[in-house]
Ligand binder design. Structure first.
Ligand SMILES: [Fe+2]
Length: 199
């Protein structure tokens, strides 16, 4: 493994107080959920490898958001049952930096699913444009949507297909798939292009 990649992977868990704190909270909430934890670890590592696509000052925020993006699945945090929002509320109420709550709220084009679940209003409370769009939001979506449910690196098309199978044909995710999938593919493509341009 090239030195650079090794350093990126190490930085996924150490090296910055925000990342360390995010790792600690995610581990406390998801560490006992084996598959969810493997996925979370994979997304954090994937975010570290994509960090070059965002400005240097945003890199710890990206990796911290990757650790935290699925904490809303933890039973103690369940409120709306929509994990991006449940996770974001927890972060907001515990005074985590605003960008983290916003990125978690909007990760992987959550706005489409929120709309059909009647949760567009609460999601709008996390309204800064860069939480939903732009390199930082794209990079988090890239990390999540190219990491499988067991933490393995996965092509975005395989990930979308796996997600549809898991949620089922009548799920909110399936209903918004025609609108959401192109937004996810576009985010992944933009990050791949940014990473290629840096090589
Ligand atoms: Fe995820």
């Amino acid at each position: 493994m090239p030195d650079l990649q090794q350093r990126e992977l190490r930085d996924a868990v150490t090296g910055h107080p925000l990342v360390e704190a995010a790792f600690g909270l995610a581990h406390d909430l998801l560490g006992g959920l084996s598959s969810r934890w493997r996925h979370t670890r994979g997304v954090a590592h994937r975010a570290a490898t994509a960090a070059a696509a965002v400005p240097q000052t945003d890199r710890p925020v990206l990796v911290a958001a990757a650790w935290l993006h699925d904490i809303g699945y933890a039973q103690p945090l369940r409120r709306s049952g929509f994990h991006p929002l449940d996770g974001a509320w927890h972060l907001q109420e515990h005074s985590w930096p605003e960008p983290l709550a916003g990125l978690v709220a909007h990760h992987s084009a959550a706005r489409f699913v929120a709309a059909v679940r009647g949760l567009a209003g609460p999601l709008r409370a996390f309204s800064a444009p860069r939480f939903a769009r732009g390199p930082l939001a794209d990079a988090l979506t890239y990390a999540d949507q190219t990491t499988g449910p067991d933490g393995q690196v996965m092509a975005v098309e395989d990930r979308l297909a796996e997600m549809l199978r898991r949620h089922g044909p009548d799920s909110p995710n399936a209903r918004v798939h025609p609108q959401r999938a192109p937004a996810i593919r576009a985010a992944v493509l933009r990050i791949e292009q940014r990473l290629r341009a840096r090589r």
